[in-house]
Ligand binder design. Structure first.
Ligand SMILES: [Zn+2]
Length: 310
């Protein structure tokens, strides 16, 4: 049996056909009435932040006694965050009268205890609107309404531009590798810049490429691995130049050309290997979470809300 709410609404309440619910103001309180078809009940909803009221224990006790006060009330209480609810069993012909009676009783107690409507999202007692957000009827303030509406109408999703993304990734990893080289110059283990290279690469890809696909992520990771090795070589070349440039009158180009020779020295090779191992490990360790979340986000559109104002 489907419960008809339209014919049992208290006076002054409105029926929203599309959402199949009723809402209205009674004694200054805004309430919703929703049918609960499976239970042959109505649910009365009153958005309020009952934690804020001084005598909340007494108010909660009152709610618990509602089934004793009114035989047609099945259950009543507070949801612990923003809503007082009352389940009213349908008795067909009596429904309008029963709903009106329990709402009148509830509202008069609310007035007595200083219970006031609040925004379902931020719980502010600002000017409120009745609305259905993602098919959930609720009271919502101007600020929160603007926020969810923005999400609802949101800009069209950007599409990936792979060539531009590549350019962005390249710029990003180069930026990160400068950090690697600078840290190496200072004499620190350059490896801690490994994460910066991966991070800047993916950011660069997203900024220029619009958004990143799985292929884009793989490209960024491979590019980062190459650039980490490259940055380490540049660091080494610079070190050689600084060490022997003046002594032997060699140019930076010469210094870079003798890198392979230097790598044959166990001491140099050991230092480079240590930098690279630390660099790769740190890059993997630090980037793992962001790569994984980027991977999982691929193809997902930003959350969109449906908002219907009553
Ligand atoms: Zn709000």
């Amino acid at each position: 049996m489907s419960i008809q709410i339209e014919n049992v609404m208290p006076d002054g309440f409105l029926y929203e056909r599309e959402q199949n619910l009723s809402h209205g103001v009674y004694g200054g309180m805004e309430l919703f009435i929703l049918p609960v078809d499976t239970e042959n009940q109505y649910q009365i909803q009153l958005y309020t932040d009952a934690e804020k009221i001084e005598d909340r224990e007494a108010f909660f006790e009152y709610l618990e006694t509602l089934p004793q006060r009114y035989p047609f009330v099945y259950r009543a209480g507070y949801n612990g965050s923003n809503m007082v609810y009352v389940y009213v069993q349908t008795r067909e012909q009596e429904d309008r009268e029963n709903l009106t009676t329990v709402i009148a009783g509830l509202v008069s107690r609310c007035t007595e205890y200083g219970v006031r409507n609040c925004c379902a999202h931020c719980k502010n007692i600002a000017p409120l609107h009745a609305a259905a957000v993602d098919h959930t009827p609720l009271l919502i303030c101007d600020n929160c309404l603007a926020r969810v509406t923005e999400g609802a109408e949101g800009k069209p999703a950007r599409r990936e531009n792979l060539p531009l993304g590549l350019v962005g990734a390249l710029l990003g990893v180069l930026l990160g590798s400068i950090l690697w080289i600078v840290i190496g110059e200072i004499g620190f283990i350059a490896g801690i810049a490994g994460y910066a290279i991966v991070f800047c690469g993916m950011k660069g890809y997203q900024i220029l490429g619009g958004k990143i696909s799985k292929a884009g992520i793989v490209i960024c990771v491979l590019l980062s691995c190459l650039v980490i090795a490259g940055a380490e070589m540049v660091s080494l070349g610079l070190a050689i130049y600084q060490e022997f440039g003046e002594m032997y009158g060699i140019t930076p180009g010469d210094a870079f050309r003798v890198i392979p020779e230097f790598l044959k020295e166990p001491e140099v090779a050991g230092g480079v290997a240590k930098d690279l191992v630390v660099g790769y490990l740190l890059a993997i360790w630090a980037s793992y979470a962001s790569i994984r979340s980027a991977w999982q986000q691929v193809g997902k559109e930003p959350e969109r809300h449906t908002v219907v104002r009553f």
